[in-house]
Design a binder for this molecule. Structure first.
Ligand code: SF4
Length: 345
C-alpha cells in the first residue's frame, strides 16, 4: 500500500465548518444555523483527481466555494502546501489571498451564466489575465488563442459572443478561462452535469488530457456516480455536511463500507441488462442541516442503526482494506476485522 507520506500533499483541510445564519423576525435575529459543512477533514495530493459526491444539499458545492474563500467559514484550516511552506488560506488577508486565487480556479456547472453575454470571449478571458498581471493586447490575444486551441477550439473564436456557442463549447471556454492564469488546482463544480452525454464524454476526456499536460490537480464535484468513477483517483462521499467515506476509486467501488455509500452506489444503473443488483432504498428525507440528528447524522435512515449510533458521532477513521487506505465514519467498522491505520502510516 502506498503510504500517505509517499504522496505529495497539495491541500490539507482540517475540521472545516461553514455555517450560514438563519434569520427571522422584524429584527432579523439569528435563530439557528444551516450547517452546510460541519467538521470536514481531508487531504488532496498533487496530481490527483479527488471526486466529491453526495445528494444535493450535502455541502459539496459549499466545500468547493469555502476552499476558494468565495464563502466564509467559521472554523478549521485549509493548508496550501507550496514548495517548502504551507499556508493557511483562511488566515490570509485579501491581498495575500490573491496570489493563491491564481493557483486555485473553479469551473462552474452553467458556463452560460458564468460568461457575460455582452462580452466577446476575448474580453471575458482577458479579465483574469489583467487581474493577475498579464498585460498587453498582443500578448493576451496570443495567450487566449493558445488556450482556445488547448481546449480544442479555434483561436479566432475569441472574437465571438457566448450565444454563438453550444453548451459543450461554452464549457470548454469556461475551462480555458480557468486555465488562463496557469493554476495548480482546478475545482470542477458539476462542470459536466448540464451537458449531453456525448458532449460530457468529450469534456471529461479534455479535462483528463489537460491534467496530464499541465500537471493539474482536480477536485471534481458531482452527483453523477458514473462520471466520478471515470475521472477520479479517489472519491469522498459526503452526507449532511460531513465526509462519511473516502477511498481510492476502485477500492471504494469494490469494498463500499458505509451504509450511505452502499445505498448511493446501489442506485447506479448496470450496463449489463441481465445482471441483477439489489437496490437499497433509503427511508425518509435528508434531515435538515439546521438541526441535524444527534450521534451519527445518518442514523434515522440507516438500516444497521445501533443504540450508540443515536448518541455517539462516528469519526472518520483510516483503515487498510484490501491494500487501500480507506476512510470510514461508521460504528459498524468496530465490528469488522479491518486494521485501523495510524495517521501518517
Ligand atoms: Fe449506520 Fe450507525 Fe454506521 Fe451511522 S454509525 S452509518 S447509523 S451503522
Amino acid at each position: 500500500m502506498k503510504t500517505e507520506q509517499q504522496k505529495e500533499i497539495l491541500l490539507e483541510v482540517n475540521n472545516l465548518k461553514t455555517w450560514f445564519p438563519v434569520k427571522k423576525g422584524v429584527f432579523r435575529s439569528t435563530v439557528g444555523h444551516v450547517k452546510a459543512l460541519d467538521g470536514v477533514s481531508f487531504t488532496v495530493y498533487k496530481g490527483e483527481t479527488l471526486g466529491l459526491v453526495g445528494e444535493s444539499g450535502c455541502g459539496k458545492s459549499t466545500l468547493g466555494k469555502t476552499l476558494l474563500r468565495l464563502v466564509k467559514s467559521q472554523q478549521g484550516s485549509v493548508l496550501y502546501h507550496d514548495e517548502a511552506e504551507s499556508v493557511d488560506l483562511l488566515k490570509l488577508d485579501e491581498k495575500s489571498m490573491g496570489a493563491y486565487r491564481k493557483k486555485m480556479q473553479i469551473v462552474f456547472q452553467d458556463p452560460y451564466s458564468s460568461l457575460n453575454p455582452a462580452f466577446t470571449i476575448f474580453t471575458s478571458l482577458k479579465d483574469p489575465l489583467n487581474r493577475f498581471g498579464i498585460h498587453g493586447k498582443a500578448a493576451q490575444r496570443k495567450l487566449i488563442g493558445d488556450l482556445l486551441e488547448a481546449v480544442n477550439m479555434r483561436p479566432e473564436y475569441m472574437d465571438r459572443y457566448p450565444h454563438e456557442f453550444s453548451g459543450g463549447q461554452r464549457q470548454r471556454i469556461g475551462i480555458a478561462r480557468a486555465l488562463s492564469v496557469d493554476p495548480q488546482l482546478v475545482i470542477c463544480d458539476e462542470a459536466v452535469s448540464a451537458l449531453d452525454v456525448s458532449i460530457r464524454a468529450q469534456v471529461l476526456n479534455l479535462l483528463l488530457e489537460l491534467k496530464e499536460k499541465r500537471n493539474l490537480t482536480y477536485i471534481f464535484i458531482t452527483h453523477d456516480l458514473s462520471v466520478v468513477e471515470y475521472i477520479s483517483d479517489r472519491i469522498a462521499v459526503m452526507y449532511l455536511g460531513k465526509i462519511v467515506e473516502l477511498a481510492p476509486t476502485q477500492g471504494l467501488y469494490d469494498h463500499t463500507m458505509h451504509p450511505y455509500t452502499q445505498a448511493l452506489f446501489s442506485a447506479i444503473p448496470l450496463a449489463d441488462l441481465d445482471a441483477k443488483k439489489q437496490r437499497i432504498v433509503l427511508e425518509g428525507d435528508v434531515p435538515s442541516p439546521v438541526n441535524p440528528p444527534s450521534g451519527c447524522s445518518f442514523h434515522p435512515r440507516c438500516r444497521y442503526c445501533m443504540d450508540r449510533c443515536r448518541t455517539e458521532e462516528p469519526l472518520l477513521q483510516p483503515y487498510e482494506i484490501e491494500g487501500n487506505l480507506h476512510y470510514v465514519a461508521c460504528h459498524l467498522m468496530d465490528t469488522k476485522s479491518y486494521q485501523k491505520v495510524k495517521r501518517g502510516e
